[in-house]
Structure formats: structure tokens, C-alpha cells
Design a protein around this ligand. Structure first.
Ligand code: DHK
Length: 153
């Protein structure tokens, strides 16, 4: 394992209402909390020699700003855009602007749910999408990101 300084930085960004994981519709989203997701991402980052910057916001503008700040700073972005998936052209534009590999994650299988959740603006900027595999989707995304940024070589 390399030292923390030399690890590629991956931003793991979470959109609105994901701070309520564990409390929120547990039949759909499961019992794990956002702290559990952060812990999983930290462990997966260690496994694949990635540094992780894990964040959550309910604000669209803040999410756009965080994405912009990744340019020149991060090697890739894993994002669960939550409710902004289906609405935010601004978020899509920011993800396209930073010219970084983006992996989109959804805890639930959005294609099994209401029609309005099926379309994603974010997918236009993503190299891949993982949905329906619960919080393990974050670990799978980081594993794929390690291969994309060459951290697993
Ligand atoms: C989370 C949300 O908050 C919803 O708005 C999306 C996504 C699905 C998830 O499955 O993680 O539609």
C-alpha cells in the first residue's frame, strides 16, 4: 500500500435526503446510515489505495460547487445525486465541465420504481451507473474507479 499522500483522490458526493439513510423508507433504502456508507467507502478506499473525500448536501448549488472544485483536485467522482438525478441540468453540466471519470450510484433499482425516476441527466456525464445493489453499490463503484484511474496496478 502506498502512503496517503500519493493516493488518487476520489470524491464521493451524496445528494438530498441521503443524510436520512437508516430512518428513511428502510424497506427501500435499507437500515444502513450515511455514516455506515462513509465507513464502507473509507474501507474500500484503503483496499484500493484511494483517498476518499466523502460528502453529503441537500443543496443543488452546493453539490454543483463541490463538483466544480473537483477539477484539478480529484481523480474521479462517485456520485449519488438522489433527487437531483432526474431534474438537474446544472449538475450534469458541472459533471461534464470537470472532465473527470464519473460513476453514478443509486442504492435502489430506479428502473423498478416510478417512471419519473428512470431518466437521469447525470448519466449523460457518467462512464457507468450502478443501481439496485444497496450501499454495496458504493464499494463496487470505488473498485471500478480504482481500475479507471489506475490505482489498482
Ligand atoms: C435516492 C434518492 O433520494 C431518490 O431520489 C432516487 C436514489 C434514488 C437511490 O436509490 O439511492 O430516485
Amino acid at each position: 500500500m502506498s502512503d496517503a499522500e500519493s493516493r488518487p483522490l476520489i470524491a464521493v458526493l451524496n445528494g438530498p435526503n441521503l443524510n436520512m439513510l437508516g430512518l428513511r423508507e428502510p424497506g427501500l433504502y435499507g437500515a444502513a446510515t450515511l455514516d455506515d456508507v462513509e465507513q464502507l467507502c473509507a474501507e474500500t478506499g484503503d483496499q484500493f489505495d484511494l483517498a476518499i473525500d466523502f460528502r453529503q448536501t441537500n443543496g443543488e448549488g452546493e453539490l454543483v460547487t463541490w463538483v466544480q472544485e473537483c477539477r484539478g483536485r480529484a481523480a474521479g467522482i462517485v456520485i449519488n445525486p438522489a433527487g437531483y438525478t432526474t431534474t438537474s441540468i446544472a449538475l450534469m453540466d458541472a459533471l461534464l465541465a470537470v472532465e473527470l471519470p464519473v460513476i453514478e450510484v443509486h442504492i435502489t433499482n430506479i428502473h423498478r420504481r416510478e417512471e419519473f425516476r428512470h431518466h437521469s441527466y447525470v448519466s449523460k456525464a457518467a462512464v457507468g451507473v450502478i443501481c439496485g445493489l444497496g450501499i454495496q453499490g458504493y464499494a463496487l463503484a470505488l473498485s471500478a474507479m480504482a481500475a479507471i484511474v489506475g490505482a489498482d496496478e
